[in-house]
Write a protein of this length. Structure first.
Length: 137
């Protein structure tokens, strides 16, 4: 399965790219002629006529979710796992989260993990793109 990877915005030539440690697992299922793609750690679901469309919608929703989490003040409440039966779906793929941002003067560590996403709050205005990349790519 080949997912189309979004290219970083061209305006960001001097960009910082951070790959967060910790996978996002996407489970795929088909029901009533539609594909459903669920980011299991977050219970975010994309729906589409094709598997790629479902993944694309879930990826966009995931990106919006991360941006909202970073915009909120107070403690970071990031994970919201799907129910147990969703984790048992056989068609699963694992993705890494990549954050592309305009290079700030003081760059955050490229070794942040998903559970430490709050470390990116000071840089939220510099974030240009949040993407899910197949693990190992």
């Amino acid at each position: 399965m080949s997912q189309k990877r979004r290219e970083p915005p061209r305006a960001v030539r001097n960009a910082a790219v951070i790959t967060l440690r910790g996978p996002v697992t996407a489970a795929y299922r088909r029901s009533q002629g539609l594909w459903y793609c669920t980011a299991l750690q977050f219970d975010i679901v994309g729906v589409g006529k094709t598997r790629d469309e479902a993944f694309g919608e879930m990826r966009d929703l995931f990106s919006d979710y991360v941006k909202e989490v970073l915009a909120d003040s107070g403690p970071v409440r990031f994970f919201n796992p799907s129910e147990a039966q969703e984790w048992n779906v056989k068609k699963q793929e694992t993705y890494s989260v990549t954050v592309v941002m305009a290079r700030p003067e003081e760059q955050p560590s490229g070794r942040a993990s998903l559970s430490d996403v709050g470390q990116l709050r000071p840089y939220r205005d510099a974030i240009q793109c949040i993407d899910l990349v197949p693990a190992g790519a």
